[in-house]
Design a protein around this ligand. Sequence first.
Ligand code: FES
Length: 135
Amino acid sequence: MVELLKSSGVKLPEKTSEYNLTRKKIHFRDMSNEERTALVAKDPAYGRIVCRCEGVTEGEIRDALESPIPPASLDAVKRRAGTGMGRCQGGFCGPRIVEMLMERSSGTSPLSILQDKEGSNLFFERTAESKEVEA
Ligand code: FES
């Protein structure tokens, strides 16, 4: 593949850094109780379960949102952190993840949050009630 790309004129510069072997993904639900206790003592965000069906914590979702290439939609978070794939299909955890997506990029309107691809906006417009609260 490399030779094929080179022969077609694609520039393939040598990487200046090694693969990051220190990057570690936390799977809270696969940990022992002792490991969970130690992790929560270090970072309480791992003690808050956001996705009850899949046992995914706020800390795991935050880690995904702070990764070098952060997920930008509800489904992207689902693919990274494993949320929204349980019995309720995101009915319970979805709203909190939307909040976390908005918190990550402060000032983002909920109207711009996507389910997945461009045009899959979760919300169409503000309700009359939310407009009153804003005023
Ligand atoms: S709470 Fe996340 S899928 Fe049910």
